[in-house]
Design a binder for this molecule. Structure first.
Ligand SMILES: Cc1cc2nc3c(=O)[nH]c(=O)nc-3n(C[C@H](O)[C@H](O)[C@H](O)COP(=O)(O)OP(=O)(O)OC[C@H]3O[C@@H](n4cnc5c(N)ncnc54)[C@H](O)[C@@H]3O)c2cc1C
Length: 304
């Protein structure tokens, strides 16, 4: 029996979730890029996720959490270990007054609609961000002047040992596309405190945001959104455009002509193509402007 088949058999005994062997991660990322995960598992609930964490710890198997896969570049070699897809396990939504509890696997799109239907405002500027609540919290996702953490009052997570922790907002340090939530943890849910809003006005506002996104972003091609973080007092897109890199292409990976901070997969780009474009962009921007661009997207399975 191969090692993967062995892990599969053992995992089947502890988890009730759907388990796949050699699952191509290209089917789970917005870039449509990424080699296979040895094991891909969709636990069914929190208890199930705990079982999987404990199993990986016992067996010394590396694990990766995946949300909607919209902020990651997965290597062509994929992931040696277990990928835990939390979409099913944490898909709950509940409201009490102006407080919404949202599972980490709920998409931001669904959360924003849920809030709007209840006349609860605050998150609408995040309309069009294609990730889930969990991925959004990890990154402190933001757009058009709003960051998700602004409205969070607490986060529940499973720590590296699989034990639940409650983090109150005053314990969470959140900055531009970062938080101090432990990297080894799996986020379960967040509570948001929102303001009274008018659903019709909110819908119109969201439509305006989506229109701006369509006008500025290359949404018809696979990508992972903005590739680089904003450098101090500037914009990565401006620097990349100024360096003449719009349309720069290696294989099927190209700096978007519409938005220079997006790299798009024109057809069958490999992760290697994308990495080479990233390197070229970083080197050129560094030599032209002396600015070091830091990736915003998470690089998975590159051995760094
Ligand atoms: C077209 C496009 C536009 C975008 N626009 C924006 C934007 O305006 N603003 C913005 O901030 N982002 C934007 N993004 C990036 C992305 O959508 C967000 O960062 C999103 O919040 C990521 O969520 P996800 O579920 O896809 O995370 P994933 O890509 O699945 O994961 C990202 C990271 O978070 C970790 N993670 C995911 N879920 C959990 C969890 N439950 N517990 C612990 N760790 C977890 C993963 O391991 C990974 O390291 C855009 C992306 C695209 C493709």
């Amino acid at each position: 029996m191969t090692e993967k088949a062995y892990i599969f058999q053992r995992l089947k005994k502890v988890s009730r979730g759907n388990i796949l062997i050699d699952e191509p991660l290209s089917g789970h990322t917005s870039f449509k890029i990424g080699g296979p995960a040895d094991i891909y598992i969709q636990p069914v609930d929190q208890e199930d996720v705990v079982q999987v964490i404990e199993f990986c710890n016992r067996e010394g198997i590396p694990r990766l959490v995946i949300g909607n896969g919209t902020n990651m570049l997965v290597s062509d070699d994929g992931w040696r270990g277990v990928v835990i897809d939390i979409s099913k396990a944490f898909s709950h939504l509940a409201d009490k007054g102006n407080v919404i509890t949202a599972g980490a696997g709920v998409t931001l799109k669904k959360l924003i609609r849920y809030c709007r239907e209840r006349g609860l405002a605050g998150l609408e500027a995040l309309a069009g961000i294609p990730g889930q609540v969990g991925g959004g919290l990890v990154l402190n996702a933001g757009a058009f002047g709003t960051e998700i953490m602004e409205h969070v009052i607490s986060v529940r997570l499973l720590n590296g040992e699989g034990r639940m922790e409650l983090w109150k907002r005053n314990e969470i340090k959140a900055g531009y596309r970062k938080t101090n939530l432990p990297v080894s943890s799996i986020l379960i849910e967040a509570q948001f405190a929102l303001l009274e809003g008018n659903p019709k006005a909110m819908e119109m506002f969201e439509d305006g945001i989506l229109k701006k996104r369509r006008a500025k972003q290359p949404l018809s091609l696979p990508s992972a959104g903005s590739v680089f973080k904003r450098p101090p007092n500037d914009f990565a897109g401006r620097l990349i455009e100024e360096a003449g890199l719009k349309g720069f292409r290696i294989g099927d990976a190209m700096v978007s002509r519409k938005h220079a901070n997006f790299i798009v997969n024109c057809h069958l780009a490999s992760a290697r193509d994308v990495m080479r474009v990233i390197e070229e962009v970083r080197e050129t921007v560094k030599s032209r402007f002396g600015v070091t661009l830091e990736p915003e997207i998470h690089l998975i399975g590159f051995g760094t």
